[in-house]
Design a protein around this ligand. Sequence first.
Ligand SMILES: [Zn+2]
Length: 151
Amino acid sequence: MPKKYNLIDKRFGKLVVKMKGNVTKQGQMWECVCDCGNVAIYRTSMLISGDAVSCGCLRHDPTMKRNKAREAQKVNGVELFRFQNDKAMPFNSTGAKGVSKYLLKNGGTKYEAKIVINGTTYRKKGFDTIEDAKNYRKQLEELYLPKKSQK
Ligand SMILES: [Zn+2]
């Protein structure tokens, strides 16, 4: 005999149970009102286990949280964390972050260092080696990235 729950007026995340619903094959159903105003119906086990915490609107919240966290990491509107690892983009041709290769008309290869900060691109072409371009890119970072404020 499964335990009988009375969940009425109980809160599960954003859900408040309002009414006992039908008993289905999955068990007792409960009609819940979400903080957003939607009505959602869940079975006992979903509520008790914490699987049901909203009508579904909460699914959007983690991204909002993430965005807030990202917002908090910004310094002068710049997402510093984007610059904190040296990993190059997968489509990067040189394997060095912010460094790309380009071909000269005479067949030679040169490298370009580039940084994009809040939509503004700072770049310099004409490096002979990836290493040179990498070093310049570091300089660009130091020049243009806002310093993290020391609190
Ligand atoms: Zn909701």
